[in-house]
Design a protein around this ligand. Structure first.
Ligand SMILES: [Zn+2]
Ligand SMILES: [Zn+2]
Length: 823
């Protein structure tokens, strides 16, 4: 390895120096502008993978850049340590989740430290630490006291494989987000956070956000699913009650030919009780309950229904409309009741076709008549009594006004967003701090009794009920209100609760009696630049936004949004697929670091392309990055060893050129790093400067170097390592110190470029052919005869005049004229 630069020695040396001198430890300093840069913290499920490394290295370049720009930078790291991955792995390996988790954290931290990242490790946060989850529980209590945490019975998503319930956000295409098992519906009594109360704020306050990827905002918007329309009451004579439906299309109300209730709707049982339909409906409900949500609601799936032989009364026409139950209507969405308008709704249309229900067109499409197929767009109202002839938009308003006047409905807004189900029937999570007393009912654990500790000796294998329910010493307690015997809540919290506030904890992780010091949070928050995967768009990111809005309303924080700017990085792929153990296409960061060093890994990842795009792992690419760093090392050595001689004439042109190139490089690296984080093009600019230095070395070794020229080379090298520093911090720090600098490059001011010196000076050169002016070209001042000739020959007009002729002679007057003598 003697041909290679001693990366191992260099990297260890500087990591040790940075740590010993504590240069990345930060404290609040009101006199300086702050910058909070944060990468989404990992599950400690083992060694970090390349996706993690990419995430953290992007964050580190940003942190290093802002440190050197003079900002007071907070850049912490921690571990999202509760949750199923740890628990499942622990079950598999027969060790306690805590032991397993802390072992993995140690392993992960070791690799993170090898990456040379600017973390302030004193601020490390581990969510399964009682000193942390004490406050996760404290936040639960604040939510509870303010009516934002509540328990209710309802249909929930149940993953039979994970043996726990899931939030709606954790169900992807009808399957468990974690293990892919189709999700079942169960009726359970569970804890929820009232996120629906914030549906409008979560939409509206997107305008407070800085730079967020549009696709993330779109995903959140779609998930919240706001729609405007009307609530309309349909009277049910047998029960003597009205049933309200929400519709976005009140203009189609004259097209209602049937009325659908979700099979789980509580009215269904009351409507059929004691009728011949009762047994049939019971069997129907049982069959539907086995279907997943996606099966029930997909446009492609076959719709199933059953007529109840009961009616509702149409609110305007007074006609009798038959009531059905159907699988495609869900209790959790809308009110669990739908007015069937088959002519203008795809699913109603499919349902009406299957069961032979009437289809009445009430909207005429703008270009022509209704053709017997479903038309769901806007148009002109027809077959609609006094409302016929109105365009849809106007018709909606008129219908709503009419219904309101009659006391039969009103304008309404509906959201797709449901409340956040936070109960989990698993062991490895923060216990929900609630006690049940026979006398007092549901009693919150007093804040002074926090944390409710997870018991250690528990059979944590999942069985259905929470493992904590089997632990008598945990369950049995006394009521904090009456002192009588009581039982603890045995569900634990969704780990997304833990990760909804961790960024606040970093601001003052030493606080024992409160989750954070409000002064410190006021100084550091909000996070200026957050970096993570787009897969968290509607889980972690939506939940964190919700959390901060609640805390703001409770007067705990002075801001509405946690993350000002969000950068979503692309994946690392290999052989065209996302790296995963099951595909066997992973690359171990630990091994690559051992073989090539951290700076190479960093440089390769950053050079592979714009960081928001997926990048393909390539062994050649890694070797290319390694060769480049070796080249920098060798060039640096050569420049430092350069001889100079007072007698050698100075080449002013060369000096100007090199100086210009250096300023251009600083400009490009600065721009590409600050805007859009296009580190790949920033690194390209650095590579060009390395080429320039390499050529300069050759040039000077032939010509001989004047001391002024050697000084310029040394200055250029210093600027080179200065801008290379955020990308390859160890090697650049080493060369910096070899150049005689006594303080850390990692803290040195970012170099300034001189816009004047950066400009390339150009001159207009007249091109003559056989003495006649044929064209003009722009060339760099003092360009060589060869360069100007080459440029002239590329000129279209010159090309035309030359045709097939041969150049006999070239006459060049520098910076003025070039004459081609041809025949
Ligand atoms: Zn699962
Ligand atoms: Zn009590």
């Amino acid at each position: 390895m003697s041909n290679f630069y001693p990366f191992e020695e260099i990297e260890k040396k500087w990591q040790k120096a940075w740590e010993e001198q504590r240069i990345f430890e930060t404290t609040e300093d009101p006199g300086r502008k702050k910058f909070y840069v944060l990468e989404m913290f990992p599950y400690p499920s083992g060694d970090p993978h390349m996706g993690h490394v990419k995430n953290y290295v992007i964050g580190d370049v940003i942190a290093r850049y802002f440190i050197r720009k003079g900002y007071n930078v907070l850049h912490p790291m921690g571990f999202d340590a509760f949750g199923l991955p740890a628990e499942n792995a622990a079950i598999q390996h027969g060790i306690h989740p805590a032991v397993w988790t802390y072992e993995k954290i140690d392993r992960m931290r070791e690799v993170l430290k090898q990456l040379g990242i600017t973390y302030d490790w004193r601020r490390e946060v581990i969510t399964c630490d009682p000193g942390y989850y004490k406050f996760t529980q404290w936040f639960f209590l604040q939510f509870y006291k303010n009516g934002l945490a509540y328990k209710k019975e309802g249909p929930v998503n149940w993953c039979p494989s994970c043996a726990t319930v899931l939030a709606n956000e954790q169900v992807v295409d009808g399957a468990c987000e974690r293990c892919g098992t189709p999700v079942e519906k169960k009726l359970l009594n569970q804890w929820y956070f009232r996120i629906t109360k914030y549906a409008e704020a979560l939409l509206e306050e997107m305008k407070l956000l800085g730079n967020w990827p549009e696709r993330v905002l779109t995903m959140q918007r779609n998930w919240i699913g706001k729609s405007e329309g009307a609530n309309i009451d349909f009277f049910q004579p047998d029960l003597g009650e009205k049933i309200t439906v929400f519709t976005t299309r009140p203009d189609t109300i004259f097209g209602v030919t049937f009325f659908v209730l979700a099979p789980e709707h509580p009215l269904v049982e009351r409507l059929v009780r004691g009728t011949p339909k009762e047994e049939e409906v019971r069997k129907f409900k049982e069959r539907i309950s086995k279907k997943s949500e996606i099966e029930r609601t997909s446009d492609l799936s076959d719709k199933e229904g059953l007529a109840l032989e009961k009616d509702v009364v149409h609110p305007i026409t007074g006609q009798r409309i038959p009531i059905w139950v159907a699988d495609y209507v869900l209790l959790e969405y809308g009110s669990g009741a739908v007015m069937g308008v088959p002519a203008h709704d795809e699913r109603d249309f499919a349902f009406a076709k299957k069961y032979g229900l009437p289809i009445i067109p009430v909207i005429q499409p703008p270009n022509g008549d209704w053709d017997g197929e479903c038309y769901s767009g806007d148009g002109i109202m027809i077959n609609s009594g006094a409302f016929s002839g109105l365009p849809s938009e106007e018709g909606k308003k008129k219908i709503i006004a009419f219904l309101k006047e009659q006391g039969l409905g009103d304008a309404a807004v509906s959201y797709r967003l449901r409340d956040w189900l936070i109960s989990r029937q698993r062991y490895w999570g923060a216990p929900i701090p609630i006690i049940y007393c026979e006398q007092c009912g549901e009693v919150p654990v007093p804040e002074k009794d926090l944390p409710v500790l997870l018991p250690e000796n528990v059979d944590f294998r999942p069985t259905g009920p929470s493992p904590l329910a089997l632990c008598e010493s945990f369950v049995n307690t006394t009521c904090p209100q009456c002192g009588g015997p009581a039982r603890r809540e045995t569900d634990t919290m969704d780990t997304f609760v833990c990760s909804s506030w961790y960024y606040l904890r970093y601001c003052s992780p030493w606080e024992k009696d409160r989750p954070f010091n409000p002064e410190h949070v006021r100084y550091w928050m909000p996070v200026d630049q957050y970096i993570g995967g787009v897969e968290h768009a509607i889980l972690h990111l939506l939940y964190s936004r919700f959390f901060v809005k609640v805390l703001n309303d409770l007067g705990l924080v002075p801001f509405r949004e946690p993350f000002t700017n969000l950068f979503a990085q692309g994946m690392v792929t290999k052989d065209g697929a996302k790296m995963s153990k099951s595909k066997g296409n992973t690359v171990s960061p630990r091994e690559i670091i051992q073989k090539y060093g951290t700076d190479t890994v960093r440089l390769f990842i950053l050079f592979a392309g714009p960081p928001e795009l997926d990048m393909e792992w390539s062994d050649q690419g890694v070797e290319g990055a390694f060769r480049f760093l070796n080249r920098v090392w060798n060039i640096a050595r050569e420049i430092m060893d350069m001889q100079s001689d007072q007698q050698v004439p100075i080449d002013e042109n060369w000096m100007k050129n090199l100086e210009r190139k250096v300023h251009q490089t600083i400009f490009r690296v600065d721009r590409d790093t600050r805007e859009r984080f296009h580190f790949n093009t920033a690194i390209s600019a650095i590579m060009e400067l390395v080429n320039e230095l390499s050529e300069s070395l050759r040039f000077l070794s032939e010509k001989g170097a004047h001391p002024e020229e050697k000084n310029l080379m040394t200055w250029a090298l210093k600027q080179l390592v200065s801008v290379l520093n955020p990308f390859a911090p160890h090697l650049s720090e080493e060369i910096w110190s070899l150049l005689g600098e006594k303080s850390f490059l990692s803290l040195a001011p970012w170099p300034e470029y001189d816009a004047e010196k950066m400009l390339t000076e150009t001159v207009t050169i007249v091109v003559q052919i056989n003495g006649k002016v044929r064209s003009k070209i722009e060339a760099s001042r003092d360009a060589s005869k060869e360069a100007v000739l080459e440029q002239a020959l590329r000129d279209d007009k010159v090309q035309n005049w030359l045709d097939q002729k041969k150049i006999q002679k070239v006459i060049y007057v520098p910076n003025k004229l070039i004459n081609l003598v041809v025949r």
